[in-house]
Design a protein around this ligand. Structure first.
Ligand code: NAP
Length: 311
């Protein structure tokens, strides 16, 4: 059975990654999109929102991929599950843990597929790293996720709002990798959040986890390229590094040969399997860590953030 899928919320990631991955997988057919800002011109009918789509094609869609900002995702997912659709949630799956739990319960009660898609968990270094770390004792963990917000979120004001996650929007990608590969649970012991004056969400964050030397540094003020690295030292002296967001694996200084067929193609392949099995997969661990950082983090106000540096 071909899964007739619609994309809800048509921004950067929908255009850059979801449309190509859907079109490359013969198990899916893109049948519609929703956008509040007009027809994005991808060759399928466009509707203003999911309600209008369901009214126009009540038996014409099997699944939705929800690619809006996280704060509105729960309401849209609720509507889709109630209409009997399978649901793929962009990351982070919801704005709160309670919303995620509500959707899990709804999907279970209706026997619907709910998939929280963490694209970084599909990076090619992730499974090999998890295999290398199985059963290991971790001596040191350092996550460094630094990038330029102006490059990766141009003009996206929602990232600065309450529920927008700030620097945790990319940071949660690192956490999704860490929770997938580490043999131990990450517990936040301390957090320092830097919030630009007049904004609600952090531009930088430092996390300290339980463990001898376990930490994370997230920063959106990195003007010169990106640093998306996870370094892990084990008790038996091994050093395992995931670089370039999980695209490269280095063990004891030696680059390892790894292969993958792309984060979003892999994510959609998993979604197709889950739909076929009428199963769900919702990993809330990365969201739990971010929620804990917001719960216990100290806040420091820093310089206001402006999208243009010349202003
Ligand atoms: P974006 O470019 O701002 O697109 C989000 C789209 O959602 C908007 O274009 C808008 O589309 C729709 N939207 C916004 N507010 C809405 C609301 N209140 N109700 C309904 N729809 C609304 O953001 P993005 O970069 O694509 O990110 C979207 C999600 O994907 C985020 O959770 C992000 O973490 C994740 N993601 C982004 C990237 C990336 O590189 N950008 C990578 C991986 C994952 P319409 O105007 O068409 O309605």
């Amino acid at each position: 059975m071909v899964i007739r899928i619609a994309i809800v919320g048509f921004g950067k990631i929908a255009r850059d990654s979801h449309v190509p991955a859907i079109r490359a997988d013969p198990r899916f057919q893109l049948v519609a999109v929703t956008s509040r800002s007009g027809d994005p011109d991808v060759g399928v009918p466009a509707f203003s929102d999911l309600g209008a789509l369901l009214a126009a094609m009540p038996d014409g869609v099997d699944a939705v991929a929800i690619c809006t900002p996280p704060d509105v995702r729960h309401g849209i997912a609720h509507q889709a599950l109630a209409a009997g659709l399978a649901v793929l949630l962009e990351k982070p799956p919801t704005a709160t843990l309670g919303e995620a739990q509500d959707l899990i319960a709804l999907a279970k009660a209706g026997n619907r597929t709910l998939y929280a898609g963490w694209h970084s968990q599909h990076a090619p270094a992730v499974q090999p790293a998890a295999a290398l770390l199985a059963g290991a004792e971790i001596r040191r963990l350092q996550i460094t996720w630094h990038e330029d917000v102006r490059k990766w979120h141009p003009g996206q004001d929602w990232v600065w709002e309450a529920g927008g996650f700030g620097v945790f929007d990319p940071g949660i990608n690192a956490l999704s990798i860490a929770t997938a590969i580490l043999p131990e649970r990450l517990t936040v012991r301390a957090a320092k959040l830097q919030i630009p004056a007049g904004r609600q969400a952090p531009i930088a964050a430092e996390l300290q986890f339980a463990g001898p030397a376990h930490g994370a540094s997230f920063d959106w003020r990195h003007g010169d390229g990106e640093c998306w690295t996870i370094e892990i030292e084990t008790d038996d002296g091994r050093c395992i590094e995931l670089r370039n967001g999980g695209a490269r694996l280095v063990v004891d200084g030696q680059a390892q040969p790894i292969a993958g067929h792309g984060e979003y193609p892999s994510l959609y392949s998993r979604f197709a399997e889950l739909v076929a099995a009428r199963a769900s997969l919702v990993d809330i661990e990365p969201l739990r860590i971010v929620a804990d950082a917001f719960l216990i983090g100290s806040r420091t106000e820093v310089a206001p953030f402006l999208w243009t540096t010349s202003a």
